[in-house]
Design a protein around this ligand. Structure first.
Ligand code: ADP
Ligand code: MG
Length: 703
């Protein structure tokens, strides 16, 4: 079943990428030298070189079999978009030549009118522009027999307003670099030219046999099951996490890796996740921009390769009720152009002033803008994880671990003097050497955990783009670093000023540090006492985007104008409404056209049996009992279906998007749950041969 790739990984890796090595080889030296500082130092692009670069790209792509090129961008739909044009250009003598101009590389003009814009553009103003982002490498993608050159691009309106996820991310990269360099310079670093956020998003997903999915309209349309009684076995045996990979899944993963490696996506770790049928893939981290593009490619490729193996890859945050949902763990740090990880504590963090400043900046940023960070992960799908049936909870807190918490406490008291050191791991087995322990144990329950030399933001939903949470993180940290730089720059004694501000931050923000079990019910009460936010749904979760403080933040750092920010709020709320509307309509259709008929058919069969038994002169007490329970459920189902229909009608008629979203949250979602509740009871009663839907046990355990 596995299609073996015989080529060594080193020759596959990046083979479809117009990488730096390819550029160096194929571009004239002066052109390469002009492009390089734009890519690595964020300098403005010299547009005059575009023609030469485009030509080299075209020749390279044609050698790979490409006939088309496309600007590849990330509108606010949650998926990527692409419009293909061919290289073919007719000549006057009736032949064609293959052409690709500098202008075509730099700029595209897709019609913007069918993408969400949140009022940034009137419908008649259809113009939208895509612009080449040369900081993320161009690549060719094979889609069946079609090979196309992909040009990562930003997408904006005629008025230069951002209509996509990449633009604010790119702007935030500059903001973070600028403010962070100010701090580094104040501390005496004169060598780093740029600071860039790094990102390693671990991606969780489910694989379900495609034959089952075809029979489930909910999975096809909504990406999650809207019905399904709990299976007799769930994840309680704790036997799936890190379990041996099933052969069919291993084949899928092998092929996925090869496809990703060709695209230069460094898929590295793969394993079974907690829930049955759930898996995870972690890449080697990269710069936030490239990592975000790669995560999009990763999600697309997973879905594509899964189909080849007869699976459907589910990226929804909660495909199955009652078992763990899927997230994306965004590992984030800051790296200087000369390779220093600014969140690396070293062996004696207490006297690593630069590290402590960076650490405290993140702590203050996360506490000060907790609402905004929460907003950056709000979505209808993620509502099933955050603050609902599972962790991480919706409360934003930070895990620092024993060593750093101890230092943080010392800072509060006036200065850190020591760093606790870790011991060694001794198993008491002679043949095994003792190995050094990490300074801190792991915490799996914290939404924002320090993990050695980076932070891991775990609230991000599995289907979300990493761009949103990342540009928020970049911006809030840039903001606090800006405050710190202001203070350090005007002080006469930098180290005294640094100590004072570290003490102040430790005192002001200790409330957000929590190393305990974030899943424990006591934590909610404790967090409330500490005054931490606990927002359990997206409608409330998005609201901080409208805070004046947030408007000022984004405007100050040039990441989003007030207009762009409000448009985004609107787009996200609209999306919330639309997703729930699709779920509600799917619930109605499945309930009316599949479940009700099955339940009625089965009740008819029992009724016939009761009549037959009675006419044969025997007692039909049990079948009659079953029949009356069944009929009662059928009645309730009908009532609940009518109530849901009504709730959808009312909600979909509301104009103001906030009020509409509240109606979906407060009326439609509960009405949908009531339909489901009855259906799940029916599932446990109705003859399995009549039941129209594959069950949880089948979908989660058969592969
Ligand atoms: P863990 O075992 O703590 O999850 P790993 O080393 O497996 O740590 O890393 C998890 C993810 O974090 C990987 O995708 C990895 O590339 C990423 N990562 C590691 N270091 C950094 C960093 N400095 N910045 C961003 N991501 C990082
Ligand atoms: Mg991890």
């Amino acid at each position: 079943m596995c299609s073996e790739s015989k080529d060594p990984v080193t020759s596959i890796f990046g083979s479809n990428v117009f990488s730096e090595a390819v550029m160096r080889e194929r571009l004239p030296e002066d052109v390469y030298k002009a492009l390089k500082p734009t890519i690595s130092e964020g300098r403005p692009l010299d547009a005059s070189i575009a023609g030469v670069v485009a030509n080299a790209m075209k020749d390279w792509a044609i050698e790979k079999g490409a006939t088309h090129f496309c600007h590849w961008f990330q509108p606010m739909t949650g998926v990527t978009a692409e419009k293909h044009d061919s290289f073919i250009s007719p000549t006057s003598d009736g032949r064609t030549i293959m052409e690709f101009s500098g202008k075509e590389l730099i700029q595209g003009e897709p019609d913007a009118s069918s993408f969400p814009c949140g009022g940034l553009r009137a419908t008649f103003e259809a113009r939208g522009y895509t612009e080449w982002d040369c900081t993320s490498p161009v690549f060719v993608k094979e889609n069946g027999s079609n090979v196309t050159l992909y040009i990562p691009s930003a997408f904006c309106s005629y008025t230069s307003e951002a209509l996509d996820k990449k633009t604010p991310l790119l702007r935030s990269i500059d903001a973070l670099s600028y403010q962070c360099l100010r701090v580094l310079r104040a501390l005496g670093n004169n060598t780093s030219k740029r600071v860039i956020g790094t990102l390693g998003p671990e991606q969780e997903y489910f694989l379900v046999d495609a034959e089952f999915v075809k029979k489930r309209l909910d999975l096809v349309l909504a990406g999650r099951t809207l019905f399904g009684a709990p299976p007799p076995k769930g994840q309680e045996m704790e036997d799936h996490y890190y379990g041996a990979l099933h052969e069919r899944v291993a084949c899928f993963m092998n092929e996925l890796n090869v496809e990703l490696w060709k695209l230069g996506v460094s898929a590295r770790t793969q394993h079974n996740e907690v829930a049955p049928a759930q898996y995870e893939l972690a890449p080697v981290f990269g710069t936030v921009n490239v990592a975000t593009d790669h995560n999009q490619l990763c999600m697309e490729t997973m879905q594509k390769v899964a189909l080849r193996h007869g699976f459907v890859c589910l990226l929804h945050e909660k495909p199955f009720a009652g078992v763990s949902g899927s997230g994306k763990h965004n590992n984030w740090s800051m790296m200087t152009s000369d390779g220093i990880n600014l969140l690396d504590p070293g062996t004696t963090p207490h006297d690593n002033e630069q590290f402590l400043i960076m650490l405290c900046a993140v702590v203050r940023a996360v506490d000060k803008y907790a609402g905004l960070l929460r907003a950056s992960v709000a979505s209808a799908g993620n509502d099933h994880r955050l603050g609902a049936n599972e962790a991480p909870p919706a409360i934003i807190s930070i895990f620092l671990g024993d060593q750093l918490t101890d230092i943080f406490e010392q800072l509060e008291k006036g200065g850190a003097k020591t760093s606790r050191q870790s011991g060694e791991l001794k198993l008491g087995i002679n043949t095994m050497p003792s190995i050094p322990k990490d300074c801190t144990d792991r915490n799996r329950t914290s939404p924002f955990a320090f993990t050695g030399n980076k932070f891991e933001f775990r609230m991000v939903g599995s289907s979300q783009s990493t761009a949103g949470p990342t540009f928020v993180l970049n911006t809030i940290v840039a903001d606090v670093l800006g405050e710190i730089a202001d203070e350090l720059e005007k002080s006469t004694d930098v180290h005294a000023a640094a100590q004072a501000l570290l003490q102040r931050i430790a005192t002001q923000h200790k409330k957000i540090i929590f190393n305990g079990d974030s899943y424990a019910p006591q934590w909610e009460a404790e967090a409330e006492r500490r005054g931490l936010l606990n927002i359990r749904n997206s409608v409330d979760g998005l609201r901080p985007m409208l805070d004046t403080e947030v408007e000022t933040l984004f405007e100050k750092h040039g990441v989003l104008s007030k207009h762009e920010l409000h448009a985004r709020y609107e787009i996200l709320l609209e999306r919330y409404c639309k997703e729930i509307n699709v779920e509600a309509l799917t619930t109605l259709q499945m309930a009316n056209r599949q479940i009700m008929p099955a339940a009625i058919e089965y009740s008819g069969k029992i009724a016939d049996t009761v009549v037959a038994i009675k006419s044969a002169g025997a007692s039909a007490n049990s079948p009659r009992g079953i029949l009356s329970d069944l009929c009662e459920l059928i009645d309730t189902l009908q009532v609940n279906i009518i109530a849901l229909k009504q709730a959808v009608r009312v909600a979909s008629d509301i104009d103001a998007v906030t009020v509409q979203a509240e109606a979906y949250r407060d009326s439609v979602v509960p009405a949908m749950n009531s339909v489901r509740e009855v259906v799940d009871q029916l599932e446990n009663m109705v003859d399995a041969s009549i039941w129209p839907l594959p069950t949880y046990a089948e979908m989660l355990f058969l592969r």
